[in-house]
Design a protein around this ligand. Structure first.
Ligand code: B12
Ligand code: SF4
Length: 556
């Protein structure tokens, strides 16, 4: 029986692969999902395909995360080295935008499936099985016999109303025994931020609109099935943006979903969503909180500085950021956010504004970093045009707008990398503790002590304020023109001082999670995993290197 191997990160149920798997199943093809989450999975992933009793007819490799592209390309190389002779294809955002370069540089890869892939992948597998030509299939990038790269026509987007639900094989994640599932009620986002590959990708298919929706009843049907068949209580909406433009439309859409769930008597459940600050309207969020039982809304603040809002084309203003947090505070809704402190135009003043915002919202978990230049984005195009990029299509690097800001960036990454992006990054694990608390409060109010939530907020506040203090101290040092050669010995942000704060807060968080678990008396807290659901497992190492992984494979 011909089958397809689908390789990608399975940090949680990977909807990209699982939507493709269910479409393949609908066409009569089995698939194997091969997780490749980190370097440690390289050998097992390779073996799963290269040592299979029967090789898959097609290997589909996900290149949704650009920072992992080298790892996945290394896998394609190692597969060929091990003698795999079937068709190797790639897909996802990065693969779509870099299709020509990938096919030109990696002969191991036969094709790239561009854009949303459910239907193209079925057509591709059918054609490979029948040994039929591939150039009649829309949505592909191919190498011609002459070595040129052929882009077949842009594909039709799949009709969300008719796509089979994602394949849910395997055990679901859980928090205190409450099953967790990711799902989507839409694809795309109406906004058009300069740094966002989602907007750039959707713009290719639906110019000017950039999103499409599923009907509330269809979403409610999927949620009910997940609840009944898999014991899911917590629904994590991975929609790029759970909201549509216009508060009235959002009120109607959210109410329609809540009504549909009530009609189905779904019982107790909770949701997790993502919003832009401009989506946060008191009435929309009241419905979200009270009727869709939202226990966490990520709010994409990204920047509060007028300069950053313009550079990133956020279509939002500082007052809207502040208003959004006033609304969630009034609703006592758990929120988290990221700050893109560093972008190509960042000034010292923008840094100060953004650090002040971290203080303003300090009881909510946050993280900060630099804007990366993702393939396909207007920001990358601008930086290339300005001659400011280093590296190549695989990963572009750049210097910030001024030497002072660059110095602040270097010092803050040295100081805060472990806290923000390390293996046990406290910025992530405290989000998990806060999630545990919200799950306890929502599902177990009878045993939940309100003081625990205050303790949780205090932990978040302590971390945010410590980070803000450190960043302010760095900015101050740079503004005072203190000697750069002594930056590494700067005491307020020395690893020793920062790690001591982190150890203390981590111990308090574990203690809090243990007390919570003792009271609830079932399942495990997410704190034990060290990360929240849907919280980016930040890159723990610099981008892995093709040669390192590839030689590891050769050595086996
Ligand atoms: C869920 C999610 C996660 C989950 C990961 C879940 C998992 N896979 O295990 C979590 C929360 C852990 C996560 C983490 C991160 N994420 Co994330 N994440 C998403 C999100 C919101 C949804 C993905 C999804 O499931 N969509 C629904 C499915 C159905 O759509 P899809 O993924 O587009 O899949 C379709 C096509 O892309 C294509 N396709 C995809 N894969 C494949 C494979 C093959 C073989 C083929 C043929 C086609 C194909 O076909 C699919 C079906 O139509 C996306 C946004 C987005 N729209 O993709 C960001 C996104 C992918 N994440 C992003 C980033 C940056 C990260 C982090 C690096 C953030 C950080 N700073 O730490 C981390 C990295 C994690 C890691 N360790 O690698 C960026 C990637 C940008 C880029 N070009 O690299 C995105 C696009 C968000 C953004 N605004 O920029 N993320
Ligand atoms: S709001 Fe978020 S998802 Fe939408 S375009 Fe901007 S960064 Fe992308």
């Amino acid at each position: 029986m011909p089958y397809v191997a689908l390789v990608g990160p399975e940090i949680e149920e990977n909807l990209s692969l699982r939507y493709i798997a269910s479409s393949l199943a609908g066409a009569g093809y089995e698939s194997e999902i091969v997780p490749f989450n980190s370097e440690a999975d390289f050998g097992p992933a390779l073996d799963a395909i290269a040592r299979a009793a029967e090789p898959p007819i097609v290997v589909g490799i996900s290149l949704a995360f650009q920072w992992r592209a080298r790892d996945f390309l290394a896998l394609a190389m190692a597969l060929r080295e091990r003698g795999y002779r079937g068709h190797v294809t790639m897909g996802g955002h990065f693969a779509t935008f870099a299709a020509k370069d990938i096919l030109a540089d990696f002969p191991e890869v036969d094709s790239v499936v561009r854009q949303e892939a459910e239907e193209t992948m079925v057509a591709l597998v059918r054609a490979v099985e029948a040994r039929a030509p591939l150039d009649a299939i829309a949505g592909l990038a191919l190498r011609t016999p002459g070595g040129d790269i052929l882009m077949t026509p842009h594909p039709e987007l799949p009709d969300l109303a008719h796509l089979p639900w994602p394949d849910r094989r395997g055990e679901p994640a859980a928090c205190f025994g409450h099953g967790i599932a990711p799902l989507v009620s839409s694809r795309g986002c109406y906004a058009n931020c300069t740094f966002c590959c989602i907007a750039a990708w959707q713009e290719q298919s639906l110019p000017g609109k950039r999103y499409r929706l599923r009907e509330p009843d269809a979403v409610a049907d999927e949620m009910l099935a997940l609840k009944r068949d898999r014991g899911i209580d917590i629904f994590v909406f991975h929609d790029d943006n759970f909201f549509v433009p216009g508060h009235k439309k959002n009120r109607e859409r959210l109410s329609a979903l809540a009504d549909a769930l009530e009609r189905r008597s779904i019982g107790r459940f909770a949701t997790v969503v993502k919003a832009r600050p401009t989506d946060v309207d008191p009435e929309v969020f009241r419905i979200l909180r009270e009727r869709l039982h939202c226990i966490r809304a990520y709010i994409g603040v990204e920047t509060d500085a007028d300069q950053g809002l313009a550079t990133l084309r956020r279509w939002s203003q500082s007052k809207q950021n502040h208003r959004a947090f006033d609304v969630v505070r009034r609703l006592d809704l758990y929120t988290c956010f990221n700050m893109l402190l560093f972008d190509p135009d960042t000034t010292i003043d923008s840094l100060k504004t953004n650090i002040a915002f971290m203080r303003f919202a300090s009881e909510y978990p946050s993280n900060f970093g630099r804007v990366e230049l993702y393939a396909g984005t207007p920001l990358l195009a601008r930086m290339l045009a300005e001659g400011r990029c280093r590296g190549d299509y695989m990963q572009y690097d750049y210097d910030l707008g001024s030497a002072d800001v660059e110095r602040v960036f270097r010092m803050s990454m040295d100081a805060f990398h472990a806290r923000n992006f390390g293996e046990e990054a406290l910025a992530n694990s405290l989000m998990a503790t806060r999630f545990d608390l919200e799950v306890g409060k929502h599902f177990h109010p009878d045993v939940f002590a309100p003081s625990w939530l205050e303790e949780g907020k205090e932990l978040n506040r302590a971390l945010s304020l410590d980070t803000a203090d450190g960043l302010d101290a760095i900015v101050d040092r740079v503004e005072r023109r203190a000697p750069p050669e002594e930056d590494a010995r700067f005491v307020p942000t020395s690893p020793c001082a920062l790690r001591a704060v982190e150890r203390d807060l981590a111990a308090r968080a574990r203690d809090l999670a243990r007390r919570l678990q003792g009271a609830i008396g079932r399942g495990q807290p997410l704190t034990e995993l060290g990360r929240d659901v849907a919280t980016p497992l930040q890159r723990s190492r610099e981008t892995a290197n093709v040669n390192t992984l590839y030689s590891a494979a050769e050595a086996e």
